[in-house]
Design a binder for this molecule. Structure first.
Ligand SMILES: Cc1ncc(COP(=O)(O)O)c(C=O)c1O
Length: 438
């Protein structure tokens, strides 16, 4: 097909490897939790594309919201001195849904840029408070925070670092709470590293409430309350990366609500527009917000991007929130997630399934060589994905690794929040067949 040939000749893809591009799927249409390709074949969208199409594919209402806004004012600068109605209204709506201690919103066009903004904001905050030495960021092994320079440096998966070293200095990784492999309390790792580095050098700790692309790792229930307490004790800001977990994915609007914890800043993207247009951002606490609002001119928040507060992206965000609220999709994610997890638990009888875990409508199936030793399966997951795709299920995995921070290939599932019960059951059936075949 000439289109594929042109793709092979010219298009550089995210995580590009030419070998992956010999037989690419050309997506042409989507409806609900189903994607169709150029040959007419249909697939269940097991990961809501990239964990982001919360309200499902084919929502004309979101297209209409974009068209309406574009027809009136597609874009205008939101640099200081200028503003627009969709950005104002979306900021207000987001704060109504997020943790009650938050009061300021800065918009970006995606997740990595949101995390970059959060890191810079943490440094800014401490500098405004006369503590310019607090610059380091503590992140976690297995974390995924995006792939721009600082976000990549926070990301704790070495495969993303290998060909792009060195990392930005001042990013430190600790072992996360990962009950399958580290049953003990893990929050102490944060306190140890703050003590070692010196609290006067640490700006912030960043964590995904549930590690997503790193293998859907759900923490022990006492982990985040302990983290909050340690951050408070050492004056370290706690940034929650809710780029996957936000907007209902786990059955709450934002996931730290599962444990009654409030972060100092939240980064978001993906589900804020259900991916219909690119949008992300960071919400900050009243204290951080005040440090920006009350800054003298010489200490102005000199962070910016052309598309911050993009009116059309924000208009789509507003329409997307309308759908999530009207259709009760946050609660639905919780209920569907229980169904998904209970069906997936049935896969534990397979010899290569080491762990099945999840929270709300995000789940991971970790593959091992040996259930007793938990020796990671590395390579098997790729064959499982190929077999699943043949059978009409598309999803992704965390590639496994041995060594200091072992993890087996982990098949990730996070379908749209509108997936039907029958489709959930079918996803699990296909996955079972695919694991057996692989
Ligand atoms: C938790 C998390 N943080 C950050 C990012 C980066 O977002 P983006 O790809 O929009 O830069 C992602 C993307 O998958 C993510 O899952």
């Amino acid at each position: 097909m000439s289109l594929i040939r042109t793709d092979q000749d010219h298009l550089i893809h995210p995580v590009h490897s030419a070998a992956d591009q010999t037989d690419p799927v050309i997506f042409t249409e989507g409806h609900g939790a189903v994607l169709r390709d150029a040959s007419g074949k249909e697939y269940l969208d097991g990961l809501a594309c990239l964990w982001n199409v919360h309200v499902g594919h084919g929502r004309k209402e979101l297209a209409a919201a974009a068209a309406e806004q574009m027809g009136r004012l597609a874009y205008a600068t939101a640099y200081a001195g200028y503003t627009n109605e969709p950005a104002i209204r979306l900021a207000e709506r987001l704060l109504q849904r997020a943790y009650s201690n938050l009061s300021g919103v800065y918009f970006t066009t995606g997740g990595a840029e949101a995390n970059e903004t959060a890191f810079k904001t943490a440094r800014y905050y401490w500098r405004r408070h006369g503590m310019p030495g607090k610059t380091k960021i503590i992140a976690r092994h297995h974390a995924y925070h995006g792939l721009t320079m600082a976000a990549m440096s926070a990301t704790g998966i070495s495969a993303f670092h290998r060909m792009f070293q060195p990392l930005v200095p001042g990013f430190i990784h600790i072992t996360p709470s990962y009950p399958y492999r580290h049953p003990g309390p893990m929050a102490d790792a944060l306190e140890d590293v703050i003590r070692r580095e010196g609290a006067d050098t640490v700006a912030a700790f960043i964590a995904e409430p549930v590690i997503g692309a790193g293998g859907v790792i759900v923490p022990a229930p006492d982990y985040f309350p302990a983290i909050r307490e340690i951050c408070d004790r050492h004056q370290v800001l706690f940034i929650a990366d809710e780029i996957i977990t936000g907007f209902g994915r786990t059955g709450h609007w934002f996931a730290l609500d599962h444990w009654g914890v409030r972060p100092d800043a939240v980064t978001f993207a993906k589900g804020v527009t259900s991916a219909y247009l690119p949008l992300g951002g960071v919400m900050v606490s009243r204290e951080i917000h005040r440090s920006i609002q009350e800054a003298p001119a010489a200490e102005r928040f000199m962070h910016a991007a052309t598309y911050s507060g993009h009116p059309t992206c924000c208009a789509v965000g507003l329409a997307n929130l309308d759908i999530l609220e009207r259709e009760g999709l946050v609660e639905r994610a919780g209920a569907l997630g229980q169904r998904l997890l209970s069906r997936l638990a049935g896969l534990r009888d397979l010899p290569s399934v080491g762990d099945v875990r999840g929270l709300g409508l995000m789940a991971g199936v970790e593959l091992v060589e040996d259930k007793q030793t938990k020796a990671p399966a590395v390579g098997l997951g790729g064959r499982v994905l190929t077999e699943a795709r043949k059978r009409g299920l598309i999803t992704r995995m965390r590639a496994g690794q041995t060594g200091d921070h072992p993890i087996g290939d982990t098949i990730c599932l996070a379908p749209p929040l509108v997936t039907t019960e029958a489709q959930i059951d079918r996803i699990v059936e296909i996955l079972r067949e695919a694991i057996v075949a692989a």
